[in-house]
Design a binder for this molecule. Sequence first.
Ligand code: SAM
Length: 260
Amino acid sequence: MKYTLEPVAVIKTCFPEKFGIPRQSLLCPSAVGELILLPPYNQKEAVAGLEQVSHLWLSFIFHQHVDKQWKPKVRPPRLGGNKKLGVFATRSSFRPNNIGLSVVKLEGIEFRDKSNVKKQFGSQDPQVILHVSGIDLLDGTPVIDIKPYVPYADCVIAASNLMASAAPPSLSVIFLESASLFLDNLAFNKNKNNAVDFKQLIIEVLQQDPRPAYHEVDSARIYSMFLYDFDIKWSYRYDINNLLNIDVVAIIDVAVTKIK
Ligand code: SAM
C-alpha cells in the first residue's frame, strides 16, 4: 500500500543548515520557529482550540535526506558515532519514509490578514502562523501533521531508555572579546532584547557540543555554524580544572558582509 502525503505547513527556523541543530527538541528553548500553514489548511477554523495547549507534536519530513538510501543499522551520535544500532532503535534522521517527530512549545498563534500578507509575502493567501520554540528542525522543513501534546497520555513517568537515560552533559560557553563586542554592537544598533535572546540561543546551541562525535578535541580547530544570517565560530579548550569549554571566537553577520 502506498500513501501520498502533502505538507500541512512549512517551518521557518533559525537553522539554515543541518550542522549544529540540537539533536532533539526542547534541548534549546531559545530556538524558535514559525510554522506557516499551507493552503487549504491556512484557516482559523483548523487551529480553533489550539490556544489551550502548551506543547505540540510535529510530524515532519527530513526533507534533506529524502534522496538518501536507508540502512538497517545507523551510528547515533549520542553513542559516540562508532556503535551501530538498528534504525528503529534510534531517532536517526536517516530512516525509511524520512518521517521525524518532535515535541515543541507553542508560544502563540498569529493570523495575518490578506492585505498585510500581500505586502510581506507577495501572495494573497491568508496566513495562519504558529510560533513555536525548542525546535530541532532545519529551516524550510515540511510538516505533515500537527497534534496537541496530551500530558496525561504522552508523559510516561515510568518510561526508560538505557541507551539515552538523560540529556547529555552541557559544556560552558565563553564569549571572547570580538564575539562579545559584536553582541554589544548588535544590542546598540538593533533591539537590546533581540541581542540578549540571540546570545542565549548561541549558548544553548553550543553547550550541546555540535562537534561530530568522532572528532577528538583539537584546540587549534575552528568550527563554524549558521544561526539565522550569522556565522558563529568557536573552538574547544580544557580549563585549569580539565573541563572542556567552548570559546566563541567570532560572530559574523553574513547579510552585512554580502552587501559590502
Ligand atoms: N526530534 C526528531 C525525531 O526524533 O524524529 C528529530 C531528531 S533528529 C536526531 C534531529 C536532527 O535531524 C537534527 O540535529 C538535524 O541534524 C536533523 N534535521 C532536522 N531537520 C532536518 C531536515 N528537514 N532534513 C534532514 N535532517 C534534518
